[in-house]
Design a protein around this ligand. Structure first.
Ligand code: GRF
Length: 188
């Protein structure tokens, strides 16, 4: 078994999907040691409880610095012998403490065809760009925002009458296939 930790800040549907793939046997030899969040009230926490996954909530406001915040997270990760970190809607830049401890062992999924549309408004920016295709990207995490080495991408169309939520949902449908596939390949 390879131990992974999933980090999320929001709705947690990618996390939920990964847990379901593990439960169904579609994703093998992977154990999720915990759901790490900076938002203890987020929906991802309720989903973790449903899946009986341990929740580790770390709120930056309780720490003197980013370094102290990440050191606390790191201590728990090490205690649980976590080998990989999987970001699934974790809305914070990863800092040097975690990057050094997990060099080339942090994955992220982003709702655009990187290097296009980095950051929080990727879906909206793609929609407003006038382009006809967008998609999702799984990449290694480095110190930048959505700048690490691309591992895999999948594309979907943008339709002229799309609204942001429709396009977001179309992209997430791709993510639910792509992320488990990449996790299986890379992590094992
Ligand atoms: C996904 O679209 C992912 O690409 C981005 O954040 C979103 C998380 O969604 N990084 P969810 O919380 O998994 O529903």
């Amino acid at each position: 078994m390879v131990k992974i930790a999933i980090f999320a800040s929001g709705s947690g549907t990618n996390f939920d999907n990964i847990m379901k793939k593990i439960a169904s046997g579609a994703l093998k030899h992977i154990e999720v040691t915990g759901l790490y969040t900076d938002k203890p009230d987020a929906s991802c926490v309720a989903l973790a409880r449903e899946h009986q996954v341990e929740v580790y909530a770390y709120e930056p406001k309780h720490y003197a610095s980013k370094k102290a915040f990440e050191a606390a997270i790191c201590q728990q990760l090490k205690q649980d012998q976590v080998e990989w970190i999987v970001l699934a809607g974790f809305m914070r830049l990863i800092g040097e403490t975690l990057l050094q401890a997990y060099e080339n062992r942090i994955l992220n999924i982003h709702p655009s065809l990187l290097p296009k549309y980095k950051g929080k408004h990727a879906v909206e920016q793609a929609l407003n760009s006038g382009e006809t295709m967008t998609g999702t990207t799984v990449h290694f995490v480095d110190a930048g925002m959505d700048t690490g080495k691309v591992i895999a991408q999948r594309q979907c169309p943008i339709y002229p009458d799309d609204c942001v939520s429709e396009l977001e949902q179309r992209i997430k449908t791709l993510e639910y296939e792509l992320y488990p596939e990449v996790i299986q390949k890379i992590i094992q």
